[in-house]
Design a protein around this ligand. Structure first.
Ligand code: NAD
Length: 469
């Protein structure tokens, strides 16, 4: 039986990063994956959506050609080719991950990994099986979409985000259940392509975890694109129409009153994801799972209750984000290699690829208010930023949240052009306890979008320089 220092189960952005990093630290590493390297994020999530969203941005810009003193006629898109472009990008990246693994000397096993005991893993292929042993094991098996337990949820018109990304033709109309991150990204994307979108959200607000001022622009853009938005609405049942589409019944959450049912060709279910630990055999060998979610319980070193077995990424519940999984991978491997490293969630960026983009990190204004933390808020609108005006994209703003007494940056957010890239500067500041003065004391290139961050930092103190009081 082959023996390894580290065996990693699952090759998503948690597992493959753990494998590469572990190998670079000198460990003999095995990586077990039943499907393609890159996991949900690369194959069926983050990357494919961004590829499709990029085409919708180009399409929108072409439609707005006159704003840039250009003219364009007969502007159109070919959805099947959009999908091929997306698939080419994904295939290229998967190959890239495969060669990184090979070049770093990681041994990859294709098949379903299952614990036999605390040091042995069985790898089940279609017609054979292998067993390997490892001193340390990292479970990184990800998550799967949650399904609503309502009548009609099994109908063929219902899709998860993965099926929605695999479509080669656009539906005429689409109802999206859940206005969280997936629901809002898909609504922005499909609305730009002319699909009649209806969003149904249980809570009173879209993207409910964010401060309200961050979501106003995206709501406005969705409504302008014709999206019908029903918040405070609970979907109760769905049935098939004579044409094979969906008739969706829902009620008002507050009053309990049924609302007029709506029709759509397809339904996208985007009501969250849950940890995927089924079939792993974790519980059978005594690994502790969280009772409600089935997530693998871990400490801040990413260890399970069996100390040489670690778990990282979505399977541990919590913040189901690719970049959190990758960071947990580094933390787990460092601990395995004998360098104590604790996971710190103080500065986890959120990057939401709606129109406009929204990004946030650290403490929100609402959290500061709820926890009675004294704060000073600095803001700067992109309308005062030369680069944003030149780009023709000056809606939105930067917001910084600093401690009132120390000016230490505790959180921040960006709505508007480049928001998902700009958040990195604020993340670095929050992670390392920098003050607003540290940001204003840093020269920012001109003319660039990050100057809006510097201006918001000035606004925390004496006021933004490029804004009248
Ligand atoms: P989510 O938790 O972000 O949103 C689910 C939404 O569904 C919530 O707003 C919830 O109130 C609503 N909902 C639940 N039950 C409902 C019901 N019966 N009727 C109507 N609405 C209902 O989950 P998601 O959008 O499915 O995303 C899944 C995971 O993937 C999340 O952890 C998310 O962070 C991650 N993700 C992240 C990104 C990104 O960071 N850009 C993109 C996609 C997915």
């Amino acid at each position: 039986m082959q023996e390894f220092d580290i065996a990693v189960i699952g090759a998503g952005p948690g597992g493959y990063v753990a494998a590469i990093y572990g190998a670079r630290q000198g460990a003999k590493v095995a990586l077990i994956e039943k499907d393609k390297e890159g996991g949900t994020c690369l194959n069926r999530g983050c990357i494919p959506t961004k590829a499709l969203i990029r085409t919708t941005e180009v399409y929108k810009t072409m439609q707005e050609a006159r704003r840039y003193a250009c003219s364009a006629e007969n502007i159109d898109f070919d959805y099947a080719r959009m999908v091929s472009r997306k698939d080419r990008i994904v295939t290229g990246l998967v190959r890239g991950v495969q060669s990184l693994l090979t070049n770093n000397g990681v041994t990859t096993f294709k098949g379903l990994g299952q614990f036999v005991d605390a040091h042995t893993i069985k790898i089940q292929q279609t017609d054979s099986q292998t067993q390997i042993r490892a001193k340390h094991i990292i479970a990184a098996t990800g998550s799967q979409p949650t399904e609503l337990p309502i009548p009609g949820a099994e109908e063929s018109f219902v899709m998860g985000s993965e099926e929605a990304l695999a479509m080669t033709e656009l539906p005429k109309s689409l109802a999206i259940i859940g206005a969280g991150v997936i629901g809002m990204e898909f609504a922005s994307m499909f609305a730009r392509l002319g699909v009649e979108v209806t969003l149904l959200e249980y809570l009173d607000d879209v993207l409910a975890l964010l401060d309200r001022d961050l979501t106003q622009d995206v709501e406005r853009n969705l409504r302008m694109a014709g999206v019908k938005l029903h918040t405070g609405s609970q979907v109760t049942a769905m049935e098939k129409t004579a044409e094979g589409g969906a008739l969706i019944h829902f009620k008002n959450v507050a009053s309990g009153e049924p609302m007029p049912s709506i029709e759509a060709e397809k339904v996208l279910m985007a009501v969250g994801r849950r940890p995927f630990s089924k079939g792993l055999g974790a519980e059978e060998i005594g690994i502790e799972l969280q009772a409600r979610s089935g997530a693998i319980a871990v400490n801040d070193l990413m260890q399970t209750n069996i100390r040489h077995i670690y778990a990282i990424g979505d399977v541990t519940g919590g913040m189901m984000l690719a970049h959190v999984a990758s960071h947990q991978a580094i933390v787990a491997v460092n601990n395995i290699m004998g360098r104590e490293h604790k996971m710190d969630y103080k500065a986890v960026p959120n990057a939401i690829f709606t129109d406009p983009e929204i990004a946030s990190v650290g403490l929100s204004e609402q959290e500061a208010h709820d926890n009675e933390i004294p704060i000073r808020v600095g803001r700067f609108p992109f309308a005062g930023n030369g680069k944003a005006l030149a780009l023709g994209n000056s809606r939105g703003f930067v917001k910084l949240i600093a401690h009132k007494k120390t000016n230490v940056l505790l959180g921040g957010a960006v709505v508007g052009p480049g928001a998902t890239d700009l958040i990195s500067e604020i993340t670095l500041a929050v992670r390392h306890g920098l003050t607003a003065d540290d940001v204003t004391d840093t020269i920012h290139a001109h003319p660039t979008l990050p100057e809006a961050i510097m201006e918001a930092a000035w606004d925390v103190g004496s006021g933004a320089l490029h804004l009248a009081d």
